[in-house]
Design a protein around this ligand. Sequence first.
Ligand code: CO
Length: 425
Amino acid sequence: MAITDKFQEDIPDVVEVEDHDENEEAEEGAPDVTGTGGDGKKKKKKKKTKKKKPVGLVQTDPPRIGLSKFFPDGHYPVGEIQEYTDDNAYRTTSEEKRYQERMILEDPEETYDNIRRAAEVHRLVRRHARQWIKPGMSMTSIAETIEEGTRTLVEENGLESGIGFPTGLSLNNCAAHYSPNAGDTLVLSHGDVLKVDFGVHVKGRILDSAFTLTWEPTYNKLLEAVKASTNAGIRAAGIDVRLGDVGAAIQEVMESYEVEVGSKMIPVKSIENLSGHSIGPYQIHGGKSVLLVKNRDQTKMEEGEYYAIETFGSTGRGTVIEEGDCSHYAKIFDGPTNPPLRLTSAKSLLKTINKNFGTLPFCRRYLDRIGESKYLLALNHLVSQGVVQDYLPLCDIRGSMTAQFEHTILLRPTVKEVVSRGDDY
Ligand SMILES: [Co+2]
């Protein structure tokens, strides 16, 4: 893809500097609760000492200029800030908690700038995808375009930065884990409900965020229900909050909606066997699950955790089952390090997986593009030996429609940060 470094002289550089200060303000001063930046005085004071962004560097369309070029000081935009409430309200202004965050920001492995960089890549890639994806396109071309955007913007570099997990493009009654394999001929149709779920990682910090697209107004209400439920889940999340209570908050909003399909009113259901999840370094499912329905899980969310808050609504049964060809795989995070493998091909494939993906999820197309072929027997062997987990497409009943919205949030010591928030969702 063409990369153009054009300079636009008419953009005043003051704008760029202010942009950048907004980030600093939230970190060094009081938490930026309103998201509008802090007081003007502080900005002026800092301006002199700041390294400037390249003046007038403009991102291409589609976005193909590495993001770091726009943020030479290594600080990336802060997400939406939500304050803790009740027993945790003290955190917003606590000196001790602020100090803790400063220490985190100074640690190159722990700093929030890793996940914020991934989030900014996600926002740019999806901004293009949301207006570009149209019925008539093949699922393969959609997936490849999103992936090319991610790879270039995050400046893919081995296991240091890259794709966080395979691009999910699940359609209609299928809610999750479909991505085209080689030879897939599926084409997007006008009446489809498409879930676009893709990931970006920087130093193993995985940004997991998803949205749904439709081209027919029939299912607008379904999308609205799911978007509102995800936001309810995000609101409910917090330090010391029980996972079961987040599920209840999600379900309550989800099931207050109904969708009119052909003059029939259909209630929206929370899919009961899908969930959001905590996220660890290089570990997409970090061990804690956030169900979308009320449940008795007393496990609490904790300070410092990263969560993917994702909800799925359905006009069907509200339950998914595995269906169709598998595309998604991942090495099991706590799996055996040196498993006894009788197939030589499996041993060699495992080496390839370790080198290219580690414990990050991958799909068959990612194996194809790095030159692997005829690997299915070996891959299945790794699955049967408990080394690799396969993730099959998850679908509700035929004829039903499902939608998904998802954000990654950080339970920072002082505030909750919805790091993937954009002006789109
Ligand atoms: Co997720």
